[in-house]
Design a protein around this ligand. Structure first.
Ligand SMILES: Cc1cc2nc3c(=O)[nH]c(=O)nc-3n(C[C@H](O)[C@H](O)[C@H](O)COP(=O)(O)OP(=O)(O)OC[C@H]3O[C@@H](n4cnc5c(N)ncnc54)[C@H](O)[C@@H]3O)c2cc1C
Length: 402
């Protein structure tokens, strides 16, 4: 594996860093306090090509590789988690799922506007009664001629009120013997009749993000909007989570870096007992841990990015990267607050926002408990990757940039 960054990787890093630091950082506190998304964020991410970073130019993307996607997520979340959440759901759950499983017609119709940022996508899996247990999702899609009739409610959906399209997994074959064969996945136009949606308020973190619910009442979804075959919904959802988790892992690495940089800055300024706190070994211990965690988290996500570029399955490696980085980012934010003392407890500094934002990622896109089960399953031989009918395409610079 070669983890040295190319010239193009560095350009992506710089472009995304400039956007996040110059355009979002100055206003994020205000929107986090108001609990409202930064109004221009999505539009700017689209204009800059960030929303289509890892898709071929012929599908409206930038023709960059999967490592570039990880680097972009790290830069975005180093400023605010809500920016990376956009990548997780618009790119990871929605557009990458279409790229992997969609027909050529579906890619032409939906992937191109998504990659260009002209339309916004999300992934609607979780329901009020089922999150981790995907095989137990209850939303139903009943075939009626050339349509499926969708009924049910999705909950905790990022970008619920801002998205144009949702990848939705629903029950089509309730009688199938194996629970994992009962569902199918659809691309649903959220402007369709029968769709209602709203935001959830009072969240601990990602307050400048949109998280909400979507209700489907007799929504008519054309058969041609089914992604994959009937009964493939569980598998498709699992691959969507692989892509989303990669963005969560790389993004959480950005929080570790931000917590580290804030801690180093403050530790050099703040004095106690006649010297900067940076000179106290107990403070150095916290900083050294953040340094280690940053390096480990970064290598773990680069490994996944590299494997994706080769066209390899990464469920195991993505799970490790996601669990490690999200837990380490919460710990880094927690220690950064400690280093800031009482000031860390106020939103005068960013570290309290890092802590609130880091917490959710230990739950969503597969909680730490679910990642533990996945990892133990591989180690014990209970779990093995089986080939899926459609694999995520490997990166091909020449073809993607043409
Ligand atoms: C900010 C935020 C954004 C989100 N965005 C999206 C989104 O865009 N799309 C989407 O579909 N969902 C989204 N979610 C939902 C998220 O994916 C779910 O919350 C998550 O999958 C967990 O499901 P649950 O909350 O229903 O918890 P449950 O599944 O009810 O689990 C409750 C607890 O039990 C544990 N648990 C469950 N099963 C086991 C087991 N077998 N062994 C041990 N412990 C277990 C869990 O780890 C958890 O700690 C989001 C959530 C949040 C907080």
């Amino acid at each position: 594996m070669d983890f040295s960054l190319t010239e193009e990787h560095r350009m992506v890093q710089k472009m995304v860093r400039d956007f996040a630091q110059k355009e979002i950082a100055p206003v994020i506190k205000e929107y986090d306090r108001k609990q409202e998304p930064v109004p221009f964020a999505l539009k700017r991410m689209g204009e800059l090509g960030i929303l289509g970073i890892c898709f071929p130019v012929r599908y409206g993307g930038q023709g960059m590789d999967y490592i570039s996607l990880g680097l972009a997520c790290e830069e975005l979340e180093a400023v605010d988690t809500t920016l990376r959440v956009v990548m997780s759901v618009h790119v990871g759950l929605c557009a990458m799922t279409l790229f992997q499983w969609g027909t050529e017609e579906q890619k032409q119709k939906y992937l191109i506007p998504l990659a260009k940022g002209e339309k916004i996508g999300c992934g609607a899996f979780t329901e009020p009664g089922a999150g981790s247990d995907v095989a137990n999702l209850q939303t139903s899609a009943k075939r009626d001629g050339d349509y499926y009739i969708l009924n049910g409610e999705k909950m905790w959906i990022s970008l619920a009120t801002l998205a144009d399209y949702a990848i939705v997994t629903a029950r089509t074959n309730p009688e199938a013997e194996r629970p994992s064969r009962r569902h199918s996945t659809f691309l649903v136009d959220l402007h369709s009749e029968g769709v209602t949606r709203g935001d959830i308020h009072g969240k601990l973190g990602v307050r400048a993000g949109s998280t909400g619910w979507i209700n489907f009442q007799d929504v008519r979804v054309p058969v041609e909007n089914r992604i994959g075959e009937e009964g493939e919904g569980f598998k498709i959802t699992m691959t969507a989570f692989d892509h989303g988790r990669y963005t969560v892992a790389s993004g959480a690495t950005g929080i570790i870096r931000a917590a580290l940089e804030a801690s180093v800055r403050y530790a050099k300024e703040r004095e106690t007992f006649g010297k900067p706190i940076a000179e106290h070994q107990l403070i150095q211990q916290k900083i050294a841990r953040m340094v280690q965690d940053y390096e480990i988290a970064r290598l773990l996500y680069l490994q996944v990015g590299w494997m994706l570029n080769q066209g390899m399955r990464t469920t195991r490696e993505t799970s490790i990267a996601k669990k490690f980085a999200t837990e380490a980012s919460f710990n880094a934010a927690h220690e950064a607050i400690q280093i800031h003392g009482a000031y860390g407890f106020s939103d005068e500094y960013d570290v309290e926002r890092y802590l609130r934002n880091a917490r959710g990622a230990i739950i969503y896109e597969g909680s730490s408990e679910i990642q533990t089960i996945i990892q133990a399953g591989y180690a014990l031989g209970f779990r093995k990757d089986k080939p899926v009918r459609c694999e995520l395409p490997a990166y091909d610079a020449e073809a993607w940039q043409a």
